[in-house]
Design a protein around this ligand. Structure first.
Ligand code: UDH
Ligand code: NGS
Length: 286
């Protein structure tokens, strides 16, 4: 078991590599949303997940080492649904992962880009991750052949969402669930910190990728399928009227606005049974 492996401190040299395609994949999944989920119940269903939301396949050395980062505020029910579905999904893929939630605790306008930057920085302090998934809390994957590992190109995973009739809303859409290698993330200077409120930050990230002469890749639409949990516009995440203006100058600003200008304090870091929680301190100007 896992405890034994840890006691022995096994490394890459001690275990055979996991197979290229996990034998535990089931393909298309029946996704339903059980009512009244609790953390304990989800934890009981995932006995191999360790404190902090950490997992490593016990019998083989994973091909992917992935941090999953979830931007978060006041979506408890969505978070429980995502954890309920995502933990078994990732374990079937035989990957090594940790789930991180980055919490904006203040009542200021929501800032997804900045939270994702905080998540990246904090996750990389914890482990030498080779792949970072940026994952909205309300998107539930429907096919486990959508493997959460990185390729040589930035990945847009949420290709086919039920809300968009399982079609891309537009060709450069880079929202919902995306993944980058840390080297690529650093190359684009991370994400913009100055998109306050809803909209545009994902388009800015896509621009950064194109401006750096990279392309995005996607899983086949049959794999990159998601159900979106229903919700209205959140309080504190009103449509950002400046988003088009900001987007028009991404090419000028990306070098001076991103991970190299990220300014924040961490209020707390907690390990729960199913995820590691980073809470950003509610400082007025960052
Ligand atoms: N998020 C939170 N709390 C918030 C706002 C955003 O956790 O208050 C996170 C969450 O991970 C969410 C992500 O940021 O999935 C993206 O925000 P969003 O869900 O508001 O954006 P999306 O485009 O939906 O998914 C916009 C609201 C559409 C309302 C349509 C009404 N039918
Ligand atoms: C675009 C937004 C994106 C957003 C996408 C899908 O218009 O941020 O719609 O939105 N870009 C701008 O506003 C510039 S959705 O239908 O999910 O609400 O992700």
């Amino acid at each position: 078991g896992l405890e034994q492996i840890q006691a022995l401190n096994l490394t890459e040299d001690d275990l055979p590599s996991c197979p290229k395609s996990s034998p535990f994949l089931s393909g298309p999944l029946k996704v339903s949303f059980p009512l009244h989920l609790t953390m304990d119940e989800i934890a009981q269903k995932n006995p191999w997940v360790q404190m902090g939301g950490h997992y490593q396949p016990p019998n083989c050395w994973a091909l992917h080492h992935t941090a999953v980062i979830i931007p978060y505020r006041a979506r408890r029910k969505h978070l429980y649904q995502l954890l309920y579905h995502l933990h078994p999904f990732l374990q079937r893929q035989q990957i090594h992962y940790t789930i991180y939630v980055v919490h904006q605790i203040d009542n200021n306008t929501f800032n997804r880009g900045k939270l994702l930057n905080v998540g990246f920085k904090e996750a990389m302090k914890e482990n030498n991750w080779q792949c970072i998934y940026f994952h909205d809390v309300d998107l539930i994957p429907e096919d486990d052949r959508n493997v959460y590992g990185c390729s040589v190109l930035p990945m847009h995973s949420a290709v086919a969402i039920d809300k968009f009739q399982y079609k891309l809303p537009y060709q450069t859409y880079f929202g919902g669930v995306t993944a980058l290698r840390p080297t690529h993330y650093l190359k684009i200077n991370g994400f913009p910190n100055n998109y306050w409120g809803w909209g545009g930050e994902d388009d800015d990230i896509a621009s950064r990728i194109f401006l750096n002469k990279m392309f995005i890749t996607r899983p086949p639409a049959a794999f990159g399928r998601y159900r979106m949990l229903k919700h209205g516009h959140d309080k504190g995440n009103e449509v950002n009227p400046k988003r088009f203006h900001l987007l028009s100058s991404t090419h000028i600003r990306w070098r001076r606005n991103g991970i190299n200008t990220l300014n924040y304090k961490l209020l707390s870091k907690e390990q729960t049974q199913l995820y590691t929680n980073f809470t950003k301190a509610p400082l007025k100007y960052c």
